[in-house]
Design a protein around this ligand. Structure first.
Ligand code: URA
Length: 240
């Protein structure tokens, strides 16, 4: 998504001309983006870029298009759209999305991995409801080794050091100081605090899966749009 939407898609959706016609105009040098001749396949952000056809500026109508975006959040970014303390926020990583999108849930500043965004208010509201118990799968590196007692304690529902009680969760040791953890809720710093309650300190945390959506090989710091199938799963229209 880094570079926006293809210019022929934008102009055809605005009803200005067919995609083919737009391509023709591009090859004839009739279209300029920010004062420079457009090139075939060029992607634009209709909210920021200035497009002119034969010297006439095109004013884009605001679309009510819905966006569903997956970000591979890097460490060091806070999950907010602006930060009063001037810290790096995830908003910077989705600024090429043509509409303002909001995070579905959170990832703490030191954690990495899948963070979903949308401008679909209804879906956002539904998905961040605490009643929505979607399984979230994390990969953790930690000091200390998970043992059979830890696995049983996770399965029974841990009590954190401050007395907070967690839903049953799955702890799967992967190797020395490495585990996969599956939880169905999103309390503040939950995985770090669950591990701490069993005397393990998390040194690296990455969310790899939410429900049926997987991070896959999306590079760190990059976004992609969800496929229609993924959106249907997110909306609960299709059984996985
Ligand atoms: N658990 C954490 O500790 N941090 C997160 O960001 C998500 C789950």
């Amino acid at each position: 998504m880094e570079n926006g939407i293809r210019i022929q898609k934008v102009l055809s959706e605005q009803g200005i001309a067919s995609r083919r016609k737009v391509e023709e105009w591009i090859t004839q040098g009739k279209i300029k983006v920010n004062g420079r001749p457009a090139v075939l396949g060029q992607k634009i952000n209709p909210n920021r870029d200035v497009v002119a056809i034969d010297g006439e500026r095109v004013y884009f109508q605001k679309s009510n298009q819905k966006y569903y975006i997956m970000l591979h959040k890097p460490r060091g970014y806070v999950t907010t759209m602006s930060d009063e303390l001037g810290r790096k926020c995830v908003a910077e990583l989705v600024e090429d999305v043509p509409e303002r999108v909001y995070p579905i849930g959170r990832l703490d500043k030191d954690s990495e991995g899948m963070l979903l965004f949308t401008n679909d208010g209804e879906l956002l509201h539904r998905l961040i409801s605490p009643k929505k118990e979607v399984a979230k799968v994390y990969y953790a590196r930690h000091e200390g080794q998970a043992n059979a007692d830890d696995i049983s304690a996770f399965a029974a529902g841990l009590t954190l050091r401050d007395g907070t009680v967690c839903l049953p969760a799955l702890l799967e040791p992967l190797g020395p100081g490495e585990s996969r953890i599956t939880v169905r809720e999103g309390k503040y710093h939950q995985v770090r605090r669950m591990m701490a309650s069993r005397n393990m300190t998390v040194t690296y945390l990455e969310r790899r899966q939410e429900g049926t959506l997987t991070l896959g090989d999306l590079p760190r710091g990059r976004t992609r749009e969800l496929t229609e199938g993924e959106i249907a799963l997110l909306e609960g229209k299709t059984q996985p």
